[in-house]
Design a protein around this ligand. Structure first.
Ligand code: MG
Length: 381
């Protein structure tokens, strides 16, 4: 049985002050649309994901998500969905979702798929908690009984043949606010499964901040450490934290041997259990000869961001007898902050000696240790 997901992202409205449509605007570290695409793609019950975008939004889509299957929407939401269903071609079931509801819990997908075993359609809904009333010209009118009222969310799930038939049967001159009413018009029952506050729709500019806060509250803290050592060599350049430090000796290594950035890179890779720097940039690979280590760190930070992770803090300790790190501390902090795109306040740089003991004490090499603290979704693998 094939279950497809259709994500409708065809709106032309922009986030206030922005010039890109809001579904491509940044939200919690990635374009808004990327969140629901990732949730659908990661769910084991979903076999195919297709995005419906507005005309002229191909470039924005590619910038946001790379190469993903897409269809071009129409003048109304209904037409956009119809175009998406036609582009999907065939499936047994389809979940139709609005990109304006970016945070999609896996449990909602589970419940919808289960409901389709017994029903032609299903949707998530939440009870109405507030008192409802009519009102006009800032004056209160009648109270509307809220018994039996629910707040309808997406995704809405359907047997594929049924929703295709419903779209064909719907009068072209009438608008539909959602897909569920279209199969109800054909006489099919639509089941309700528990909705989720995370699915709240982003409509107004202020909704972005509220959605970010809801999302951040679901993240868990993770910490990981990284450690690295490089040997001093006569005549080389000394790079620390992405800047060149004047010194009589440099560190030797395959890349620029930036021991500080290597330790931070390993710490970040550790937070997402993504192995170590040697796995991602093998010393045996000639393309990394003399490479600027900022590239390694950017790569690790990119992997964290791709999983929706937020880097909260980096604490670095550099271990050497010389050079003195103090005079360069702020420059190193600023450099690391720039590479990671973080305020310098979230970077700490410390230095210590080993009291002339061991290899750092004898001036044979330098060591660095870093601890990275991030927040990331519990379910991210
Ligand atoms: Mg190294």
């Amino acid at each position: 049985m094939k279950t497809a997901a259709l994500i409708v992202a065809a709106g032309q409205g922009t986030r206030a002050g922005g010039d890109i449509p809001k579904q491509f605007a940044p939200l919690a570290g990635r374009p808004m649309l990327a969140h629901s695409v990732a949730a659908m793609t990661a769910h084991p019950a979903i076999d195919a994901v297709l995005v419906v975008i507005g005309e002229g939004q191909e470039t924005a889509l590619r910038a946001a998500l790379g190469d993903v299957p897409f269809a071009i929407g129409g003048a109304s939401r209904r037409e956009s969905v119809a175009n998406g269903l036609a582009a999907l071609g065939d499936a047994d079931r389809v979940l139709i979702h609005d990109a304006a509801r970016p945070f999609l819990p896996a449990a909602v997908i589970d419940a919808l798929c289960a409901a389709l075993d017994d029903h032609a359609g299903a949707l998530p809904a939440l009870p109405v908690a507030d008192t409802l009333a009519r009102g006009s010209d800032a004056m209160l009118g009648e109270i509307v009984p809220r018994d039996g009222l629910v707040r309808v969310q997406t995704p809405q799930a359907f047997r594929f043949a049924t929703i295709v038939e419903a779209h064909k049967a719907w009068p072209v001159d009438r608008e539909a606010t959602d897909d569920a009413q279209m199969i109800r018009a054909l006489g099919h029952a639509v089941a309700i499964v528990p909705g989720d506050p995370m699915l709240e729709k982003i409509t107004h500019p202020a909704d972005f901040a509220a959605a970010e806060a809801r999302h951040a509250a679901t993240l868990r803290v993770r910490t990981a450490q990284g450690f690295d050592v490089h040997r001093f060599a006569e005549g080389g350049e000394l790079w620390l934290g992405g800047i060149r430090i004047p010194h009589s000796k440099g560190l030797s290594g395959h890349s620029d041997a930036d021991v500080a950035l290597h330790a931070i890179t390993d710490a970040l890779l550790g937070t997402i259990s993504a192995g170590d720097i040697g796995m991602h940039f093998p010393p045996s690979d000639p393309q990394w000869r003399g490479a600027a280590s900022a590239r390694f760190l950017e790569h690790a930070a990119g992997l964290v961001a791709a999983q929706g992770g937020i880097i909260d803090f980096i604490d670095l300790t550099i271990v050497c007898e010389a050079p003195k790190i103090g005079p360069h501390r702020e420059a190193i902090r600023a450099s690391i902050a720039t590479i990671l795109g973080l305020p310098a306040g979230r970077i700490s740089v410390k230095a210590t000696t080993t009291e002339r003991l061991g290899f750092t004490g004898r001036g044979e090499g330098m060591a660095a240790q870093a601890i990275a603290t991030i927040r990331i979704a519990e379910t991210a693998e």
